[in-house]
Design a protein around this ligand. Sequence first.
Ligand code: BGC
Length: 412
Amino acid sequence: MNKLLCGVAFAAILTTGVRADDVEVLHWWTSGGEAAAVQVLKGDLESKSVGWVDMAVAGGGGEAAMTTLRARVTAGDPPTAAQMLGMDVRQWAEEGLLGNLDAVATAEGWDAVVPPAVQAFGKYDGHWVAAPVNMHRPHWVWANAKLFADNGLSMPSNWDEFFAAADKLKEAGVIPVAMGGQPWQEATAWEAVILSISPELYQKAIIEADAEALASPEIAQSFDIMRKLRGYVDDNFAGRDWNLATQMVIKGEAGMQIMGDWAKGEISAAGLTPGVDILCDVVPGTQGSFLFNTDFFAMFDVGDDKTAAQQSLASSVMSPVFQETFNLTKGSIPARTDVPGDKFDACAQKSMADLAEATDAGHLYGSLAHGHGQPAAIQRAYLDVVTQHFNSDMSSADAQAALIDAVAAAKM
Ligand code: BGC
């Protein structure tokens, strides 16, 4: 660290009152279920005499948190550690600002237990730079079991069944699909639609941002499905947070939500059992594939006196017992393959089994909406078009043309 940065960081420690054995952790886990998961991490650290200084920045998907992080680092006042998704880990590592975690990773054998797809983001240039805490899966449908039973419905396995169920729910006077209106939430649905059309389309049109795939008729088809979906969402969705949409399903005001398994954190926090009171299945047509996003903790260079606390944080996050306890609350599955699944609910157990199957079949992909598909600038191009289409009467053809242009411009 240069002297200037060091001096500024030291001044920040004085002003924020962060002690050498404290960690200031920037994160975006502020919903009920997320906050419960933070308590698990905080408690684990405190048992090791590492104090937790909370730097929570509200906003699902973490965009606001990443803006705050950038501002803090630019001001010469980085937090001790920050939650971040894979592409952000890579970007900060490229900038040379992340601490090296090799000593703790080697001592604890991370290489042998973390899936290669997660290692690809947690390591940079062969060195561990971030500790993975979980594997989330964004392409789930959550459904109110009582509403489904009362209306003779079962979980849909294709889009026709999904929309037929939505029609029945509408007739029954409930909102068929609870959605929050924020770009990342709309993109969570759209990327699942792409995957449902085919895993090859997801690989080409998203992971490779391939111009030919983006120009294919399947992309127009994805916008047709999004338009149809929009017809089953209530008019008040704009700006709604994801967890409020989950609450609508929990309370029986809405029948279904397409959302990642962090929704399970809300379900458990409400005292309900995922898979029983709130049904889960993957988005129709996506069985056999697995999109993932992993929350990492990366360490910033805030002076040598912080290294021990940072290593404790990294070591805590990676301990098998912690990964079990934390992920039981968070809704995700562990980022280690050696944690037993027996304490997990049926939805998480399905996730574990599906992950193994998709990995073997070569159908495991990073989530675009959740920072594992494309770097932030290209990701933004996709999200802008998807949200513009969903929030207007734009045709599928126009949305496709806009997407082709936006992605090409972002790639330059
Ligand atoms: C994160 C989750 C978080 C969700 C909603 C995702 O990008 O990976 O940990 O719960 O956003 O905020």
